[in-house]
Design a protein around this ligand. Structure first.
Ligand SMILES: Nc1nc2c(ncn2[C@@H]2O[C@H](COP(=O)(O)OP(=O)(O)OP(=O)(O)O)[C@@H](O)[C@H]2O)c(=O)[nH]1
Length: 621
């Protein structure tokens, strides 16, 4: 019993090859005709006459081609071919006369020289057709690659480089292999046994032999470190026929009649008798388990993948839905715009409508309006600078500016976003713009309240002191001219006393209006406290300040203060300090104190007047 060397450690390809080869062998064996084995082949008169004239049919077998044909030690011809020829001889009623050559080469020579009529068991090749004609196949056997155990599976022998293939000399295969596999180096040896020995001894890498011969030789010689390792192309099947001298076509036809009577069962019996193997195809549970495990693994991976995919899709859908909900409900407008002069919108959320009064699609790609046109012109440079800075520092930008909406109103917005640099598509900004108008209004109101006097709506004392600090600092830097004056309503207590406190308030409010009108836009007028005011006049010298105050005193003298039908006479006194005076230290406290002193000088001088630096005083220039 032979266990062929393709057990559990063999590759699946090898197993598949051998299975296919054996199946092929059986199919071929069973494909032949179902002639009656007992039936003698009826020959024509002419054929019988021909055979009688021919005498014994001389045959030169290969003396050493086990298990097909070989000469036993006692000189008898045996093997698969011998048995098949016996059947043919019996059914045709002829006799084969075996001439025993020393080797196959001599058998060929005997045939070529016409010394024998028949070579019993050989492949048909063009070289042999030079002197032989061939019968139908007696036996069909696939060819397989044999290598040592460690050699990788041979899927295509044309891809093998620099390998040595060993073959018995003079075989039909050698011719074809040299033609089809020029990449292989072919060496020949005298016998089949030598072929396997060469492989065993690592003097060759592979051989290409019939499945039957290989199986037989491996078994009988015990070459168990060799293995069948790939199947040759189909044209390499051994279709073993009888070769008849070309001068004898009738003999070939008669032999064909005999061959046609051989049944598949007979061929199988004969083959088994000589190969004497029961091929046990090892049932490789490891292999099956590996396949099952592989399938389970693949199925598990697919299931896992699908599960993950479903989860991701759900998460994605949820995230998309959340994003859409978020965008739709944002308290403002989410956007993506190009980093260009117009802030060209690529996307704006639905909030655009409420924020700007424009439909989203009107803004996208500046279709009807560019975003830059919505920004209050006074703030466009501020916006551009803020974004340039954000781009340079790669930090988010936060801006507040007013926009003009579609209905011509102004809204204050807060914008926050990031600059996205993309080498392929360009630079973009992504961000959010929200309406902060009401917050801005509250802030503005608070600011106004913190900087203004409630009664007169002039700047309050704290604000005026802050601004005076600024003016003093600027003067130290650039010598810019200014005057600061303290103004006080004369005998204000009397007004309150005579006309009542509300009348006093009215006088203060009207006084505030006159002061604002009496000075220029760039000057600052504030209430210092009670009935006292402070004025900071910028870019003025002493004379210009005097003229301003002369005019102011005149305006007040001429103003009709009236409360509940009663007219009220109001005058003011003022103390002035001008930056051109010598000896000033430009400190806030001393400037105020000097102006205050001069105010009281004016009061003391009779009121309804102002007092300033006296050019005629001793020490003055
Ligand atoms: N109606 C009104 N009176 C105020 C207000 N603040 C201060 N007063 C009054 O203004 C008066 C200031 O009087 P005084 O400081 O004595 O000075 P005056 O009467 O103006 O006299 P001279 O400054 O010397 O001309 C006080 O009676 C205060 O009560 C105010 O907001 N409204």
């Amino acid at each position: 019993m032979l266990r062929l060397p393709y057990g559990s450690n063999a590759g699946s390809e090898q197993s598949a090859v051998l299975k296919a080869a054996l199946l092929f062998l059986l199919v071929i064996l069973s494909a032949s005709s179902h002639a009656d084995p007992e039936r003698r082949v009826p020959l024509s008169v002419e054929e019988r006459a021909y055979l009688a004239q021919l005498g014994p049919v001389t045959v030169a077998p290969d003396p050493d081609w086990k298990p097909f044909e070989y000469i036993e030690a006692d000189g008898s011809f045996t093997g698969i071919a011998a048995d098949l020829l016996d059947l043919i001889a019996e059914r045709l009623g002829i006799e084969f006369n075996y001439v025993v050559p020393s080797d196959w080469d001599e058998a060929i020579a005997l045939s070529r020289s016409g010394q024998v009529l028949v070579l019993p068991f050989l492949n048909q090749t063009p070289a042999r057709e030079e002197w032989l004609i061939f019968t139908e196949p007696l036996f069909v056997d696939p060819n397989v690659f044999i290598t040592r155990e460690e050699h990788p599976f041979i899927a295509d022998a044309r891809s093998l480089d620099e390998r040595v293939m060993v073959l018995p000399s003079g075989t039909a295969i050698e011719e074809r292999v040299r033609r089809d596999f020029p990449n292989l180096r072919i060496v020949t040896v005298p016998s089949e046994r030598d072929v396997f020995r060469m492989l065993e001894e690592r003097k060759a890498d592979l051989t290409l032999r019939s499945l039957a011969v290989s199986a037989y030789t491996i078994r009988s010689e015990g070459w168990f470190n060799l293995r069948i390792n790939g199947q040759a192309p189909q044209q390499y099947e051994n279709r073993l026929r009888m070769g008849v001298l070309e001068t004898e076509p009738m003999l070939r036809d008669i032999l064909n009649k005999g061959i046609a009577t051989i049944t598949p069962q007979e061929r199988e019996q004969i083959a088994n008798r000589h190969i004497n193997i029961t091929v046990i195809q090892p049932f490789d549970y490891t292999y099956v388990l590996r396949i099952v495990a592989g399938i389970l693994l693949v199925v598990s991976l697919v299931l896992l993948w699908n599960y993950r995919l479903r989860q991701l899709n759900r998460a994605l859908a949820e995230s998309e839905r959340s994003k859409a909900v978020l965008l739709a409900n944002l308290p403002g407008m989410a956007y993506k715009c190009r980093f260009d002069e117009k802030w060209t919108m690529q996307f704006v959320s639905e909030g655009c409508r409420e924020l700007t009064g424009y439909e989203p699609q009107m803004l996208v790609n500046n279709r009807e309006v560019a975003f830059v046109d919505l920004i209050d012109p006074a703030y466009r440079d501020y916006c551009a600078q803020s974004w340039a800075e954000a781009r340079e520092t790669a930090q988010p930008a936060k801006l507040e500016y007013p926009i003009n909406t579609a209905d011509g109103k102004q809204k204050w917005v807060f914008e926050q976003g990031v600059v996205l640099e993309d080498a392929r598509t360009g630079t973009f900004i992504e961000g959010l713009i929200i309406d902060i108008t009401s917050r801005k209004q509250v802030e503005n109101l608070r600011y106004h309240e913190s900087t203004h006097d409630e009664l007169t709506q002039l700047f309050n004392r704290r604000y005026m002191m802050r601004r005076l600090e600024d003016v003093l600092k600027r003067h130290v830097i650039d010598r810019s001219k200014f005057s600061v004056a303290m103004i006080d309503v004369d005998h204000f207590k009397r007004i309150n006393d005579r006309h009542g406190h509300p009348a006093g308030d009215l006088v203060l409010r009207e006084m505030a209006g006159i002061l604002k009108r009496g000075f220029r836009e760039q000057d600052l007028v504030g209430r210092y406290g009670g009935e006292e005011f402070i004025v900071i006049a910028v870019k003025v010298n002493r004379e210009q300040t005097h003229r301003l105050f002369e005019r102011l005193l005149e305006m007040i003298r001429n103003h009709q203060f009236e409360y509940e039908g009663q007219s009220i006479n109001v005058t003011i006194s003022a103390g002035i300090v001008n930056s051109e005076e010598p000896g000033l230290d430009f400190k806030l406290a001393s400037m105020i104190s000097l102006a205050d002193r001069r105010l009281y000088e004016a009061k003391a001088g009779g009121r309804d007047r102002f007092s300033s630096f006296d050019m005629d005083a001793p020490g003055a220039e």
